[in-house]
Design a protein around this ligand. Structure first.
Ligand code: FES
Length: 284
């Protein structure tokens, strides 16, 4: 894990309100694991002071220059503009300075190559699943279920398809793919592939539904949680969630940034999802 100043290589809108940013990031291709994240801070702005967490979409190398220097490494993040921090980010251009801390957190366990795998992503929750799909050994036994409210929320679909992963799209308004919830598709796929391991990332209500379906089918589930984070390294306790077995008498909290963001479903107390969520939106 390193904290350093670096630069934006590109920053493009890929769907209304969704942007993909490429960042110069030496060392990341060898170090970063699927499901990990970075903390990102814009250099030139005073507000917002805090860093923001973003899942790593992918890592790679730029085409080599003709100067004999080794090729430069980059990471890509994909983000949705939802508040002050991401509004500032959408105006960044090639060469702008930023500060990057990472790679951080616990990533996905890739499992055995001979297992069926089902990846479930809702909206911006698709981001950490790309690197996971890329790293899976047996893509022919992997399926990706993408869900969103409208077609604008279905991002990077052709890149997933290029990896050779079977891809299914559903939207709540029927504007792309099947009309309905991604969890309905999951129910059908688990009937077809009852031994599958499920990986999911997306909004909490979607993860809650995924967890119930997987529990009914006794399917192993790993979830990547989205949380507001201030430090990203386990120091501020701003990102805690309740762990399995939590009670007032024996509190059990887990830091999303350090013990997650990827958890096995049975590590979490799913009752907390019935409690009101605090999310001001303006912090991101
Ligand atoms: Fe500070 Fe997790 S963000 S402890």
């Amino acid at each position: 894990m390193k904290n350093y100043k670096t630069i934006v290589l590109s920053n493009q809108e890929i769907s209304p309100g969704y942007y993909r940013m490429q960042i110069l990031a030496p060392g990341y291709d060898a170090q970063a694991r699927a499901g990990q994240f970075v903390m990102f801070r814009v250099q030139r702005s005073l507000p917002p002071l805090l860093r923001r967490p973003f899942g790593i979409f992918r890592t790679g190398f730029l085409a080599p220059d003709c100067d004999g220097m080794p090729p430069k490494e980059f990471i890509e993040i994909v983000y949705k503009v939802v508040g002050l921090g991401t509004e500032i980010m959408q105006d960044l251009h090639q060469g702008d300075q930023i500060e990057l801390l990472g790679p951080l957190g616990r990533g996905f366990d890739l499992g055995a190559p001979d297992e069926d795998k089902i990846l479930v992503g809702g909206g911006i929750g698709l981001v950490p699943l790309y690197m996971l799909a890329e790293k899976l050994d047996n893509k022919a036994r992997s399926r990706l279920l993408m869900g969103g409210r409208t077609r604008d929320d279905i991002i990077t679909v052709t890149e997933f398809e290029r990896l050779g992963v079977e891809t299914y799209v559903s939207t709540e308004d029927g504007s792309l793919g099947e009309e309905g919830l991604v969890t309905q598709v999951l129910e059908r796929k688990l009937q077809k592939y009852p031994q599958a391991t499920v990986y999911a990332c997306g909004p909490m209500p979607m993860l809650d539904a995924v967890q119930r379906i997987c529990a009914n089918h006794k399917a192993p589930l790993q979830v990547s949680l989205e949380a507001l984070m201030a430090c990203g390294v386990g120091a501020c306790l701003g990102c805690v969630v309740k762990g399995a077995g939590h009670s007032e008498e024996t509190p059990r909290y887990l830091c999303t940034c350090k013990q997650g963001p990827v958890f096995n479903a049975e590590e979490l107390d799913w009752r907390q999802l019935d409690e009101p969520q605090q999310d001001c939106g303006g912090c991101r």
